[in-house]
Design a binder for this molecule. Structure first.
Ligand SMILES: Nc1nc2c(c(=O)[nH]1)N[C@H]1C(S)=C(S)[C@@H](COP(=O)(O)OP(=O)(O)OC[C@H]3O[C@@H](n4cnc5c(=O)[nH]c(N)nc54)[C@H](O)[C@@H]3O)O[C@H]1N2
Ligand SMILES: Nc1nc2c(c(=O)[nH]1)N[C@H]1C(S)=C(S)[C@@H](COP(=O)(O)OP(=O)(O)OC[C@H]3O[C@@H](n4cnc5c(=O)[nH]c(N)nc54)[C@H](O)[C@@H]3O)O[C@H]1N2
Ligand code: SF4
Ligand SMILES: [Mo]
Length: 698
């Protein structure tokens, strides 16, 4: 790898390593070639053992995204009504002066600084550009805290109760597994570098099972697809443990040494016969028995537990329940076996408490749940109580809430509020940016420094800028440095460079330095090889054991044992006006709402669609390819019907997350999704959504 640092980026021709910044467990290593200061070629790093030289369909087009004609290149101020997209170019000086003055006015008013709400997620997952100076800034000025719940907190909470940490195995050993369950995981699409390892295992004789209401590409290529009714996974998990105990498939020795509450668990799952689970999940009892027998005996056996099953009212409890299974069967003992949700806890980089300076947070600062943005902007808490002070300023970066948040019509009404001052840091004029008072242009991953951990493997990776910032765009870090300086915050928070910040992040890992990452490329964490973290217990729970019985749950007044929480919107328990359960994951060619403005990828996605079973279609007079209206009390959107047996009767699928302004009717699927939260972790419940569908007469 040649890095000619003496030549300015604007002119250099060189090859550098970067990291895919997107919210994806694969965290690929990219190799970028530049000529005369322009990035001309980008590919997956052949030397990074998880990337293995390939990037997905989306990020293969990262150069197209970077040099897109619609890139934001200058700061802008709104001159038309909110949402109209009318802006004028202004200078950085004007933009930053106005932002500081407006925010200070709010902070010094009777509302106080908590009327300011930062709103960000994982548009980039780099340690610097995702969460660093920005957090220090908001902590120091005393802004409201944001609970970042939109994706993973239900599962994190569920895992934490059972395991005291995330479910993790060594993903590099997946090809050794003989039985693999993709549970609420569209692995072939959302975790494609793990999928190639699963396919390798399959070639070596492994059986792959996918549990999903929808026949995804992953399900289609698996040995078996189990079409579960949405939101009922805990019932399946309980019945699986029932079968394990009933048929003597449990690992008695593992249970005795490393688990807490075996007796209570046996009693609980005793009530969960496969027949009872069949009635709830729609999966035949005999298939449940076979699943457990195979998973207990074909070893190593792995459950890839992902997010699909978490986005339901009972999502936390579902993960809590399913993560008990590997201890019952003793699958944690085998290298590569057990359950995998996230590897993020394996990284021992500097903790965010230190790096983001949690010590600066004023006592009693309130926290606002990001999945409840609809309520927060309407002056309410997640529970509907008055929110005081009201949110008067919103600073959005690394996220596109107008498109990705649940209960979209309410979110948009909030964003339209004339008394709300909104700042958006972006690459593009997204739906959210249309509601901003000031839009600031941010750099892409090719234009700034960063360092990455991963939630899908164990490599630490450095992102070296390949090109100079386009137009007047600036890294998030630089923007918040400038805001901090103008606010008058203490220099130790912001008077540093991005390289200094990288050194800080790496200060806990003396054997991984910026120099080493530059010279040698991605570095594997210093973990045992093979890494079999729970082979001998070692859980992070208060007892150090896998907690079937949780005293912490009991103390919180919750069920201390694994259990089944039905969906919030249960067709068996509703007035029947909205009889169809709708699941709405992102289009494979988008990354949430990112890439939904890249022509080739929009074309591949083919417009908003609704997959519906022939029986449900016939009952409604819907024919294949016909335009339909999908609706409930929250909203209505239009889609093209695909009449298919890829889902069961009673279930429909509509892929998102389209930009509202690119659809015929100016809304996307999230106009129907609910902002009710999960049972544990306060997570979003995108897939817990009852709708009705009818033909659209045009
Ligand atoms: N191509 C692509 N890759 C991505 C993303 C993307 O937008 N595009 N997003 C990234 C992000 S942010 C995340 S969080 C991950 C998500 O990764 P995954 O969890 O794999 O993604 P999803 O497609 O949201 O959900 C997985 C599957 O769960 C199914 N499902 C829905 N409800 C249930 C249920 O009740 N039970 C069960 N068993 N299954 C259910 C859905 O039909 C879906 O096929 O993917 C990441 N990777
Ligand atoms: N219907 C439905 N809705 C969903 C989901 C679903 O499955 N179905 N999935 C949910 C999930 S899992 C997630 S994680 C959320 C994700 O929701 P978001 O976090 O909003 O993710 P994206 O839609 O990818 O938007 C990220 C934005 O950050 C911007 N960005 C990227 N890098 C930078 C940077 O360096 N600086 C700045 N300033 N901006 C940058 C991008 O241009 C992009 O517009 O969506 C959720 N919404
Ligand atoms: S989105 Fe995921 S698979 Fe695609 S390049 Fe990025 S890390 Fe790799
Ligand atoms: Mo996510």
């Amino acid at each position: 790898m040649t890095t000619l640092i003496s030549v300015p980026l604007e002119e250099s021709s060189r090859t550098v390593r970067g990291v895919c910044p997107h919210d994806c467990p694969d965290t690929c290593s990219m190799v970028i070639r530049t000529e005369g200061g322009k990035a001309v070629h980008l590919r997956g790093d052949p030397d990074q053992p998880f990337t293995k030289g390939f990037l997905c369909q989306k990020v293969s087009r990262y150069l197209e995204r970077t040099y897109h004609k619609d890139r934001l290149l200058f700061p802008k101020r709104r001159i038309g009504p909110k949402g109209s997209g009318q802006f004028e170019r202004i200078s950085w000086e004007e933009a930053l002066t106005e932002i500081v003055s407006r925010l200070k006015t709010i902070a010094q008013s009777s509302d106080g600084p908590q009327a300011i709400l930062p709103y960000s997620y994982a548009g980039t997952m780099g340690k610097l550009q995702e969460a660093s100076i920005d957090r220090r800034f908001f902590h120091a000025i005393g802004a409201s805290l944001l609970d970042r719940t939109i994706c993973a907190t239900a599962g994190v909470a569920g895992c934490d109760i059972t395991l005291g940490t995330r479910a993790v195995t060594d993903p590099f050993l997946t090809e050794n597994c003989l039985h693999i369950i993709n549970w609420g995981s569209n692995t072939a699409v959302t975790n494609s570098h793990m999928w190639v390892r699963m396919v390798e295992a399959q070639k070596r004789g492994a059986k792959i099972i996918t549990i999903d209401p929808y026949k995804t590409p992953t399900a289609a290529r698996s040995d078996e697809w189990l079409a579960i009714r949405p939101g009922t996974d805990a019932a399946l998990g309980l019945a699986m443990m029932h079968v394990a105990f009933a048929e003597g498939l449990e690992d008695k020795d593992y249970l005795r040494q490393y688990a807490l509450g075996e007796g209570q668990l046996r009693e609980r799952v005793g009530q969960w016969s496969p027949d009872r689970a069949e009635a709830i999940t729609g999966i035949p009892a005999e298939k449940i028995r076979c699943l457990v027998r195979d998973h207990a005996t074909a070893r190593p056996a792995l459950i890839r537990l992902n997010y699909g099953l978490q986005r339901h009212g009972g999502g936390g409890m579902a993960v809590r329940t399913i993560t008990c299974i590997p201890a019952v069967l003793g699958t944690w003992r085998d290298a590569g076996g057990g359950a995998f949700m996230s590897s993020s806890k394996a990284f021992n980089l500097l903790g965010s408490d230190k790096f983001c300076r949690h010590d600066l947070i004023p006592p009693n600062t309130r926290t606002i749940n990001m999945s409840s943005l609809a309520e927060a902007l309407a002056g309410k808490t997640s529970q509907g109580a008055p929110l005081s002070p009201a949110v008067k300023a919103l600073v959005v970066y690394n996220s596109n809430p107008a498109a990705v948040c649940p209960d979209q019509n309410k979110v948009i009404s909030g964003l339209k509020r004339e008394d709300l001052f909104t700042v958006v840091l972006e690459h593009f004029q997204t739906d959210t940016a249309d509601y901003a008072d000031i839009v600031l242009p941010a750099t892409t991953q090719l234009e700034h420094w960063d360092v990455h951990s991963s939630y899908g493997h164990f490599m630490v990776q450095l992102n070296e800028p390949a090109i100079a910032p386009l137009g007047e765009s600036r890294p998030n870090t630089e923007i918040f440095r400038d805001l901090s300086r103008r606010w008058g915050l203490s220099k130790d928070l912001w008077d540093n460079s991005d390289k200094d910040l990288i050194r800080e992040v790496l200060s806990n890992t003396p054997n991984i330095t910026i120099e080493k990452l530059l010279a040698e490329g991605p570095q594997r964490l210093d973990l045992p090889n093979p890494y079999v973290p729970f082979a001998k217990g070692g859980f992070g729970t208060p007892s150090g054991k896998c907690e079937f019985y949780s005293a912490r749950m009991d103390e919180m007044g919750l069920d201390p044992l694994p259990g089944y929480t039905p969906p919030h919107e249960d067709p068996h328990n509703s007035d029947g006006r909205y009889p169809l359960q709708m699941v709405c994951p992102p289009e494979p060619s988008f990354l949430n709402s990112s890439f939904a403005n890249i022509d080739a990828l929009v074309k591949a996605a083919g417009g908003p669609k609704l997959r519906i079973h022939p029986v449900d279609a016939q009952n409604r007079g819907i024919v294949h390819e016909a335009p339909v209206r999908v609706f409930n009390d929250r909203g209505t959107f239009e889609a093209r019907a695909l009449v298919e047996e890829t889902i069961s009767p009673g279930v429909v699928v509509s892929h998102g997350v389209w930009w509202n302004k690119h659809t015929n009717d100016g809304v996307n699927v999230n106009c129907t999704t609910s902002s009710r939260l999960t049972d544990l972790g306060g997570g979003a419940t995108f897939f817990d959504n009852l709708v009705q569908v009818e033909t659209l007469s045009k």
